[in-house]
Ligand binder design. Sequence first.
Ligand code: HXC
Length: 524
Amino acid sequence: MGDDIRPEIAKLRELINQAKLGGGAKAIEKQHAKGKLTARERLDLLFDSGTFLEIDMFVTHRATEFGMDKKKALGDGVVTGIGRIEGRTAVGIAQDFTFMGGSLGETHASKIVKAMKIALSIGAPIIFLNDSGGARIQEGVDSLKGYGDVFYMNVHSSGVIPQIAAIMGPCAGGAVYSPALMDFIIMVRNTSFMFITGPRVVKAAVGEEVDEFSLGGAEVHAGKSGVAHFIASNDKEAITIIKKLLSYLPSNNMEAPPRINIGDDPYRVDEELNNIVPEDPLKPYDMYKVINSVVDKGTFFEVHAQYARNAIVGFARLNGWVVGVVANQPNYLSGALDINASDKISRFVRFLDAFNIPVLTFMDVPGFIPGTYQEHNGIIRHGAKIIYAYAEATVPKLTVITRKAYGGSYIAMGSRHLGADFVIAWPTAEIAVMGPKGAAEIIWRKELTKAPTPEEREELLNKLVQDYKNKIANPYVAASRGYVDSVIEPGQTRPALIQALNALLTKRDTGIRAPPRKHGNMPV
Ligand code: HXC
């Protein structure tokens, strides 16, 4: 008696089982053989056990051309729903490659858009797991319309809810623009690629021979184009990265990110920092050491690690509070700013500002990289983005000047003049129009040419450099003007920053009252 089930219930169970098979057992086998998980397996890993509520499981497409009336699967090649990730609500979208290659047609897109609308209305992050052959060719303009609708939602969700894309298979053609419009992209090594036009079209159009991974694989986008922010070795690792990233983010722009106090002493002093800056200004040092020493132990989570390594960006915690770290890396291109570093920094600062995350900047910057490559490719336009992003940001901004702070790059890297709330300088800081040697060679050029021997010229130059340092290139001139709030021993940086951050947590805006505007015109 207990085993009897009503026929309606039996039918429902059968339909659910059918839906869960997506494109069928064979296609699932093929997916696994490629080292990829299925859409549902990915969502199972992502969401806390038993919390994922699938929606639109019974949706099917209504296309009829080219045999589409015979090609149907419940769910139409995408799984959408809502659940909890580490206890917090999020919306999940996972394309199912086993049905028609996860291609996007009219109803597939409408499911995605519906899930995105839910995410926006409840203020929950969107996680979009991409694995798709792109626009469903049989559905023509309806597929294109579908992409347009998704892009529209991406744009209107931007800055309201965090949007995270993982690329876990193909992502080609215009399809790349949904992830590109989101906040972070994770790519899986060896199974994912992104490109506007694939190898065959590239060969036909420009005669270049290139395979799909050399054209748009994870390494290419994480290291060269900057399109991807993280590389994962496999699907499971991609999910782990998503969870870690979410742990630093608020659910929406009306919230603060979750505070997690790991118990690191806020008054911890690190004497080693007192000797980290080399005496020779031409010698580099590792800014990661500074960051890791100052923030709560083990909390620094780097973003865009392979791209523009002259700059460092990432999340960390300071006395439990989430901060976004932006830094120059003296170990790479002397930490000078170039086009890629400008894009990396400005986009990150804008994300932080949109989601109420304070910016912590470590500055050691000798300038913008000179030369025709940088100039002709628009370092002026790109560098301007950093200035815009910092000046526009209303979140608490804390800046530590460790050494070089030269010229325009000093202003750009979160200086007081762009609205930093608290600026600390180490005694090793050199804040000036340019480095002391270059400055002395220009100001005293005539005197230096009059030196009778090269040795005497060198001796005079050393004296003049010292003079320039004593009078100009030091932190005390800026401190005497109030541009630097405090000159401290490097070892004291952590407690000083925590004190400042505690005071700034209630900061609401810049206090500047400009006439209303629709939006500014950021250089892009
Ligand atoms: C319809 C598609 C499809 C698509 C794949 N399939 N892509 N069906 N529309 N775009 C189907 C295949 O026909 C196949 O069906 C199944 O999915 C699995 O594909 P395979 O080719 O067997 O898989 P694989 O060898 O892994 O190759 C995957 C692939 C390849 C690299 C994605 O399928 C491919 O090149 N597809 C076309 C990609 C493309 O040109 N898309 C349009 C991009 S332009 P069966 O029935 O045999 O299992 C675009 C514009 C967007 O997207 C514009 C937005 C503004």
